[in-house]
Design a protein around this ligand. Structure first.
Ligand code: SF4
Length: 257
């Protein structure tokens, strides 16, 4: 499979598990016996009352509304490799300097290098100054592999935010570039995480310019079918005109602004 960069007007939908594997070859590598991962930066962002954030390189979807930097599209060109220990030191350094007690991994898709992620969380578990580890994910890998979701359940500080892109298969393909048969995976991820007792909440791109009322209703129905309380805490997202977002929308031939 060719490495997909963007959704274009005449794109061929891809298998997100294959894209995961190709991305893994670029952004994960063994260094000194540990799985290292590429990151572009670490700093505190003033959401959630302040959270020290590591920006991972590489993703297994190609959302047309994505605002991540261009390391999503060209992971081989951006970022540096960090060991799990180095990541924790960076997160902690910024958390301490800004007096915040939460950390998160964001940017690309943090679940792509599994061993790396599990080791980062494991170390965070032992740091008393950090109370919460927020894991932001598109849910593809937790939906694909229940045992991965189960491994997350062993950690007490983790809260997982699963981001849903679409509620219908064809809309999933149009918005993420992935084959329609994979649209269930984020919903399965929520089920797997809740089944194993992981604290989980849901975010969704419900911008009316990209999601019609019928799809929004279906989204709410699907989420409430899994767990009614998730609807009350649902975080609805809108598309913002970042440079990266505008480029991706233009490549896909979608005009929103
Ligand atoms: S929005 Fe999230 S899941 Fe979609 S391509 Fe960007 S980083 Fe990946």
């Amino acid at each position: 499979m060719k490495y997909v960069r963007y959704v274009s007007k005449d794109f061929k939908p891809f298998n997100p598990i294959e894209l995961t594997n190709l991305t893994r070859e670029i952004v994960c590598k063994i260094c000194n016996g540990f799985e290292c991962r590429k990151y572009t930066d670490f700093y505190v962002v003033w959401v959630y009352q302040g959270i020290s954030t590591g920006y991972t390189v590489g993703c297994n979807l190609r959302c047309v509304f994505c605002w991540s930097d261009f390391s999503r599209d060209f992971p081989e060109k951006f970022g540096e490799f960090y060991s799990p220990y180095e990541v924790v030191q960076e997160l902690l350094k910024h958390a301490k300097a800004n007096k915040v007690d939460k950390v998160r991994l964001s940017g690309g898709e943090p679940t792509i290098c599994q061993e790396h992620l599990l080791q980062v969380i494991e170390e965070i578990e032992h740091i008393p100054d950090i109370k919460i580890f927020l894991l932001e994910t598109n849910g593809i890998l937790f939906g694909w592999d229940e045992s991965y979701a189960k491994k997350i359940a062993q950690f007490e500080k983790v809260i997982v935010r699963v981001s849903i892109k679409a509620a219908f298969p064809e809309a999933f393909t149009r918005k993420t570039g992935a084959l329609p048969e994979f649209y269930e995976l984020p919903f399965k991820a929520i089920k797997h995480l809740l089944k194993h007792g992981v604290r989980t909440y849901v975010a969704a791109m419900t911008d009316p310019r990209l999601m019609k009322l019928e799809e929004r209703r279906e989204l709410f129905r699907r989420i409430s079918e899994i767990e009614p309380s998730l609807v009350q805490t649902l975080e609805e997202e809108n598309v913002d005109p970042y440079e990266t977002t505008l480029t991706r929308l233009e490549k896909a031939g979608i005009e929103l602004f």
